[in-house]
Design a protein around this ligand. Structure first.
Ligand SMILES: Cc1cc2nc3c(=O)[nH]c(=O)nc-3n(C[C@H](O)[C@H](O)[C@H](O)COP(=O)(O)OP(=O)(O)OC[C@H]3O[C@@H](n4cnc5c(N)ncnc54)[C@H](O)[C@@H]3O)c2cc1C
Length: 361
């Protein structure tokens, strides 16, 4: 059978993998999912991603006016006082606040220009038939000898053929705010902890602000329509919203933000990349960097036809998850004001291998 490689999923991991494979001379079929409209949350691109984008030849995409450099992040975490983390001390360059949809569209266009064949359909079923993958698209099918699973937390292939783990049930409610008075707001990112979870606000390049509230899906939350009223109970975030007369300009939406991972992240004829391999708490700002890193590492191992390199990739993902879980506990432990409330008490516990086994789903 002739070699046919498929990449599933149109996020950053899928686009980067499709692009890298084409650059390496193996243009894949990219089944990128049915087109979806609307805002995609997750805009803070960490500085560590800059060298990865350079390796892909994609760093110039960040110069588009729809993105902005992120020079100031302030957080009220562990105290009501806002602390500043300034980007000028980061020698690799400033983090970037992205227009996610625009960035993903530009990366996709680069992959297509490199020779990738894109099919904008959802894979509805996947199975192995005659030692090849059969990817069912509903009214047709694609066969492939190797699959890169970049379908995000869904992990369409990986969750079927490997074990999936979950460390928490974090969920995010978010809404977009606009400032009708025309004043240019300070381009900041704010993080603020409270008893039930934590808040995040980031000013986008077009002056709108995205506001997120994070808590656990099984804890009492609030009605979606109440996000603006609930934001008014915060200190730093509500002060910022009222300084610029920000008003909600779209519905409140909810999206999963839990920590999940697949172990091992590779198997016979497949590898998981991006959130399909390991999805982190957005507090870490690691998600997009990990999506790029896993896409590059896994495609390099594939292009080298090196099983040991692919195995080393899976081990690096597993080690990265262990390191992340330790860091996550330490970061949440910095907030002690509500340590008896369910959200914070859960995060005070240390993870060790037994917990992780118990968390398998
Ligand atoms: C609320 C929130 C805020 C975040 N904030 C940040 C942040 O500030 N900084 C940061 O670095 N990270 C952040 N993240 C994490 C970051 O968004 C993810 O890590 C990143 O999107 C992972 O990229 P991906 O390509 O692996 O997956 P995704 O972006 O989830 O893409 C998966 C793709 O697979 C497609 N797909 C799914 N099922 C199928 C199917 N059956 N067939 C075909 N295609 C399919 C989907 O349509 C989607 O396009 C945030 C996440 C959340 C939830």
């Amino acid at each position: 059978m002739t070699e046919r490689v498929a990449v599933l999923g149109s996020g950053i991991a899928g686009a980067a993998a499709a692009l890298r494979l084409a650059q390496g001379g193996v243009a894949p079929v990219w089944i990128s999912g049915a087109p979806r409209q609307g805002f995609k949350p997750g805009e803070h691109l960490g500085a560590a991603a800059l060298s990865l984008l350079k390796a892909l030849g994609s760093d110039t995409l960040l110069r588009a006016e729809v993105h902005r450099e992120a020079h100031g992040t302030y957080s009220a975490w562990g105290s009501a006082l806002l602390g500043e983390r300034n980007a000028i001390v980061q020698l690799e360059g400033a983090p970037v606040v992205l227009d996610r949809c625009a960035f993903e569209a530009a990366l996709s266009a680069q992959a297509i220009a490199a020779g990738v064949q894109q099919i904008q359909r959802d894979v509805v079923d996947v199975r192995v038939e005659d030692q090849a993958w059969r990817l069912d698209l509903g009214d047709g099918a694609v066969t492939a000898s190797f699959v890169f699973d970049a379908t995000g937390r869904k992990a369409l292939v990986a969750s079927k053929f490997s074990r999936r783990f979950q460390a928490d049930r974090l969920t995010c409610q978010y809404a977009i705010f606009d400032a009708p008075n025309g004043i240019t707001p300070r381009p900041v990112t704010l993080i603020e902890a409270e008893e039930r979870g934590w808040w995040y606000l980031s000013v986008l390049a077009d002056r709108r602000a995205v506001v997120n509230f994070y808590t656990d899906a099984d804890l009492p939350g609030f009605e979606n329509s109440a996000l603006a009223q609930q934001a008014a109970r915060t200190k730093a975030i509500s002060a910022f919203l009222s300084d610029y007369d920000y008003q909600t300009c779209g519905p409140t939406r909810r999206i999963a933000a839990n920590s999940t991972w697949i172990a091992p992240a590779i198997g016979a004829g497949w590898t998981a990349i991006g959130d399909a391999a390991a999805a982190f708490d957005p507090l870490s700002s690691h998600g997009m960097t990990t999506a790029l890193w896993t896409a590059i590492e896994a495609t390099e191992a594939f292009l080298a036809r090196d099983r040991k390199q692919m195995q080393a990739y899976a081990e690096s993902v597993a080690q990265g998850v262990q390191d992340y879980l330790i860091d996550r506990t330490r970061v949440y432990a910095q907030e002690q004001r509500w340590r008896d409330s369910p959200f914070w008490a859960r995060r005070g516990k240390r993870h060790h291998p037994d917990d992780i086994q118990a968390a398998a789903i």
